[in-house]
Design a protein around this ligand. Sequence first.
Ligand SMILES: [Zn+2]
Length: 385
Amino acid sequence: MIILSKHKEFRPYIICILTIKNTILSSLLTLISFFCVPNYLISQEKPFVVVLDAGHGGHDTGNRGNGYYEKKIALNIALKTGNKLEKIKGFKVIYTRKTDVFVDLIERANIANRNDADLFISIHCDAFTSPKAYGAGTFVLGLHENERNFKVAQRENSVIFLEKDFEKKYDGFNPNDPQSVISLLLMQQTYLNQSIAAASSFQKSFVNNLKRKDRKVKQAGFIVLKYTYMPSVLVETGFLTNPSEGAYLNSSKGQENMANALSKAIINYRNIRDASYIDDNIELVDKQVEKQVNDVPKSNIKFKVQIAASKNKLELKPYNFSGLNSITRLKSGKLYRYYYSETSTYKKALIKLNEAKSKGFSNSFIVAFDNDKIISITKAQQLLK
Ligand SMILES: [Zn+2]
């Protein structure tokens, strides 16, 4: 609003003063709103990056149940899902392929890593020897719980045989050996809880929105999920080998419905994730108070076992860390480092290191701290003498 002075000669000064006043006022308001807005709302402004990975493509057709093409159906569902999410503010969609091309499994994961994605979803269609099998299932990376889960992973992993130098690229991984999966597990361990949360969201959506048979969240060793640094799931949208489910998935109506269910599940997962961030913050405050009361260190030197590093801020709950208690988290740069236990001697730390390794964190190592500053183990031992 500009008030015009009756005295023409003063007008430029008044307008100038009013403009300066408005600028100061609006800067102040911005500043105030910045401090008043809770942190979690600010963090929501960063878009939620979701990577949609349409399985197979090019000379890899995927399964051909009832003559359908898994690669085509997966691509249509991925594009339709992305189309819905792109219209929603706060979402950024990345595709591993938008056309009928062959993409290496490791490159699919790398696309997600390069884009610092919040969620990776690999979209597929199932196949089985019996035409009776039907329903949608969602997988997270883990040990195959049974023969059937191994078979699903084996089929999806076998596409690496179509890639050049697959032995080198996948560290000698053999899709036909059930034991080979154990080496896959470490990387995704950090994200397992979030991956399961995402997978549950998909299953709920399939059942509630599409009335599909719930084939539950399952674990199996999928290579494409191994190399991602974020929560990752693989969705088997249904069986092409089942006559009616195959026809449904091959129809544009079926694909549209499936895309609806997937996009709703992704939005739901984002909401759950943001909500648990808030819980996490509240919990941290309590822990700090508790620490001040109970924990007066006798020495400034302490040892911790670093078990993982991740871009994701995980809740410090045992179920996120294979049942380990006493987990602390430190942020350094873009990474959160997760430490198990805190001891006053190196000897005790070695015992804790073995415990962590026995829980599957085989790359764990001991870190020494002097007043919360990281120092070398040798220096810590000298200072303790
Ligand atoms: Zn597939």
